[in-house]
Design a protein around this ligand. Sequence first.
Ligand SMILES: [Zn+2]
Length: 207
Amino acid sequence: MSDVLRVQWTITPATAPQPWLNCNRCRGTTRFRTSGKIRVNANGKRLDAWLIYRCTSCDNTWNRPILERRHVSTIDPHLLASLQANDPELARQLAFEKFRRNLKMEHFGDATVRKEVVSETARPACRLDIVCIVRETTGLRVDRLLSTELRMSRSSIQSMQDAGHLEASPQGLHRPPRNGLHVRIDLRGVHDGDKIALAAMGGEACR
Ligand SMILES: [Zn+2]
């Protein structure tokens, strides 16, 4: 049995990014949140689809274009059915997709983390390997994620990195986690290594 504890964290952001847009009712720039609703308009064989956003101050709507004047025959039948059914899964997926227009965006750090043990080890583990699955964009930072999920202060996480006991690749501690983020922690050199290992394997934690 290897002395490496391997875990996988699946990170699901809770709040989709919100664009800053001019609201004609508020007469200024405000944040718009997704309503989770899709609107479809068919004109003969051509179809338009939008994801509906609402102003966070006054509830005014803004339609985010998803399909514009697309011929029905060129739309994937599964996508077409989901659009027409106002499928909440699709609406969520669209809300996390990058905007075609270059807009100022607000990102949020709230997320759910599901933890799974990939390979157990004879305790105590000497090294902890965390691989993160992140399918949607998040405003969460790697150091905040580790701090919450490993129940440690951000300063101790930073000190562990400085001392060479922790490595987060490829993006480091101060940026949002991306899919495939790999965190390696040398548990032998750190205080409370067994507690860190236990927290890394733990159940679901919500923020
Ligand atoms: Zn408004």
